[in-house]
Write a protein that binds this ligand. Structure first.
Ligand code: DOR
Ligand code: ZN
Length: 432
């Protein structure tokens, strides 16, 4: 049958081994039958998951394409099992008006995987936000971080929360308070050893406390990105238990790295919010195991190595994450601390539900065929020189990981298969 694909003997997250038949980009059957297909992939009992949806990616492109572009980021995504990417607005031009949104849609057509766009919030772009079509979410920075603009006035945040409700779009927030960060910059010497104090945990805790209070009073859909402290995880879990509409994301780096891992690594591990303490790693992992964490975001944030090698004050924050995030998360599965279903929920199902992404994030008939096959036994060493992203460095360099994506299927077509990329065109995400 034309434009069809049969994946045989795939082990789903719940342990069932089944065949998956896809036609014209969508999953048509999941079961024991084995219909004739143009193309057959033998999964051989390996684990098949929905493709990962990363709602927190910095793709760059346009005027910053020397750092990354849609082609390189999406190649990196495909290899890491990520089949949908949502770009952040702190690009050049920044996505907080309609012409820059148009420029971004045009750039995203190069993507090998599916794509969405988070629209930036400034103090006075509410009109533009209301007119923006097809976006994934609103994104607001409360502290400077390669963003160039900051919103921290409660009055503006209230208005944006109401807008998120009206537009039915989550408000994603980078939750650190700029005024607090500036205060701490007067107290400590400016070097990498003090990064986590210059952007003190109190700044993140204060920002999250304010956000939770404002959400309680105004309503709206609040999504707190890259939560990195034990205190915030506890506060958000309590707010959820009290019935507030708040979700939170954690990153693999905040789950698995602490300041002890960053010694002798220059500014490679400089990221905002900063890498914190081992006790934060434990608390975030526990919050994830206990079901409080909603999603995993990579916060893939490529810069050039030359930029990262500049003196501390001039070196930008962020590092790539698309090619390491799944294998890092698999650790929790291998250690028996979470089930496969929970990983699937965090990386695929919940992002689709929270952001209202149509027909993706689960393996079911009628959904788009975004699927990945994982070799769970394959061990590999993180070697940034071999990355597909343009940012060929990582705080995880040299780490031994277990589990690799052998096949990534986007809209029914293999994009990453047998160790190679194959030509593909991603689709613009659609929303409920
Ligand atoms: O470390 C970071 N890098 N944190 C952010 O919030 C922005 C990002 C970037 O765009 O480089
Ligand atoms: Zn980010």
């Amino acid at each position: 049958m034309e434009n069809s694909l049969l994946i045989k003997n795939a082990r789903l997250s719940d342990g069932r081994v089944l065949n998956i038949f896809c036609r014209e980009g969508r999953i048509r059957s999941v079961g024991a039958e084995s219909p004739g297909a143009e193309r057959i992939i033998e999964a051989g009992g390996r684990w098949l998951m929905p493709g990962i949806i990363d709602v927190h990616t910095h793709i760059r492109d346009m005027e910053l394409s020397h750092k990354e572009d849609w082609a390189s980021a999406s190649a990196s995504a495909a290899r890491g099992g990520v089949t949908s990417l949502c770009d952040m607005p702190n690009t050049r031009p920044a996505t907080f008006d309609l012409p820059s949104l148009e420029a971004k849609w045009a750039a995203a057509r190069k993507s090998l995987v599916n794509y969405g766009v988070n629209f930036g919030v400034t103090e006075n772009n509410h009109r533009q936000i209301e007119q923006a079509r097809g976006i994934n979410a609103l994104k607001m920075f409360m502290a400077e971080s390669s963003a160039g603009y900051v919103v921290q006035q409660p009055g503006v945040i209230r208005r944006v929360l109401r807008l998120s409700q009206k537009l039915n779009k989550p408000l994603m927030v980078h939750s650190e308070l700029q005024s607090c960060v500036e205060e701490h910059h007067k107290r400590y010497s400016h070097d990498m050893a003090h990064h986590h104090l210059l952007r003190h945990r109190e700044c993140a805790i204060e920002a999250t406390r304010l956000l939770l209070q404002l959400q309680k009073e105004e309503g709206g859909y609040l999504y707190i990105a890259h939560v990195a402290t034990a205190e915030e995880a506890a506060m958000i879990a309590a707010a959820k238990a009290a019935g507030q509409t708040v979700w939170f994301e954690v990153t693999p780096h905040h789950l698995f790295l602490n300041t002890g891992h960053l010694k002798n690594n220059g500014n490679i591990g400089k990221v905002n919010p900063p890498i914190r303490q081992a006790s934060d790693n434990r608390a975030l992992q526990q919050a994830l195991i206990d079901g409080h964490v909603d999603t995993i975001g990579t916060d893939h944030a490529p810069h050039t190595l030359e930029e990262k090698n500049k003196p501390y004050d001039q070196a930008p924050s962020g590092f790539p994450g698309l090619e390491t995030s799944l294998a890092l998360m698999l650790r929790l599965v291998h250690e028996g601390r979470i089930r496969r279903e929970r990983l699937e929920e965090l990386m695929c199902r919940r992002p689709a539900e929270i952001f209202g992404i149509k027909d993706r994030g689960s393996v079911r008939e009628g959904a788009w065929a975004d699927l990945i096959i994982i070799d769970e036994e394959k061990s590999w060493t993180v070697d940034p020189a071999a990355f597909f992203t343009k940012a060929r460095y990582s705080p995880f360099a040299g780490m031994r990981l277990r589990g690799a994506v052998v096949t990534t299927i986007v809209n029914g077509r293999p994009v990453w298969h047998e160790g190679r990329l194959h030509p593909s065109k991603g689709m613009q995400l659609e929303y409920r």
